[in-house]
Design a binder for this molecule. Structure first.
Ligand code: 13P
Length: 247
């Protein structure tokens, strides 16, 4: 059976001291989880976190990568560089990158391709804004975002993780209701099924104010295969509690 995946997205948070305390706290309480666990950390902390999670059940993740292989791209980080630090996952197309760094659907699709070429599992984020939801455009938006990724990566689409992150639920304390989330996840799975015929093995995870109190209910939905957790991933007890709900 497909395992659930709980991935923490630290975003631009952390320090050497705070990271060490957080990861050591997680490892002390984790045991041998029946689900997959990942931490997507700022790139400057990859080496530190690689050492901290070595030999444990925690998979290391990054938050972005370049669509290019190498060269004159100041400030960018390549998939091959991430590979050198045992990175297993990379978030691609997070709404904060789409919004603040003007990442387009086509760019996100190219980044997914780079990650896959480097043996890294992309966690591809899709999700609508509040205005789009209120205009009844949720389905159209998430399908368009995923279609771009399928168009470029169709032959290996079963290797990606898809994260549904309604933009209005991120960092706001407003979680999508279980019905709202399940409905979109089911739509995305249909779209993946039409593209790959293997949608059952693709993890579709939910992100947006997932916390210790609401995780169990969300994770009980038939098409919710895990969580991409922001704020609650920065607290040992909250993140462990979400992991326990998934296992
Ligand atoms: P929050 O859990 O803080 O809402 O963030 C969700 C998110 O953006 C994860 O990628």
């Amino acid at each position: 059976m497909k395992k659930k995946l709980i991935a923490g997205n630290w975003k631009m948070n952390g320090s050497l001291a705070a990271n060490e305390a957080l990861v050591k706290g997680l490892l002390a309480g984790l045991g041998s989880p029946a689900c997959q666990v990942a931490l997507c950390v700022p790139s400057v902390y990859l080496a530190q976190c690689q050492a901290l999670v070595a030999g444990s059940a925690i998979g290391l993740g990054a938050q972005d990568l370049s669509q290019h292989e190498a060269g004159a791209f100041t400030g960018e980080i390549s998939g091959a560089m991430l590979q050198e630090f045992s990175v297993r996952y990379c978030i691609v197309g997070h709404s904060e990158r789409r919004q603040y760094h003007f990442e387009t659907d086509a760019l996100v699709a190219a980044k997914v391709q780079r990650a896959l070429a480097c043996g890294i599992t992309p966690i591809v984020c899709v999700g609508e804004t509040l205005a789009e939801r209120e205009a009844g455009k949720t389905e159209e938006v998430v399908k368009r975002q995923l279609a771009a990724v399928i168009h470029v990566n169709g032959h290996c689409i079963s290797e990606v993780v898809v994260a549904y992150e309604p933009v209005w639920a991120i960092g706001t304390g407003k979680t999508a209701s279980t019905e709202q989330a399940q409905q979109v996840h089911a739509l995305l799975r249909q779209q993946l099924q039409a593209a790959s015929n293997q949608a059952d093995r693709i993890q579709i995870i939910y992100g947006g104010s997932m916390n210790a109190a609401n995780a169990a209910q969300l994770l009980a939905q038939p098409d919710i295969d895990g969580g991409l957790v922001g704020g609650a991933a920065l607290k040992v007890s909250d993140f462990l509690s979400i992991i326990a709900s998934a296992c």
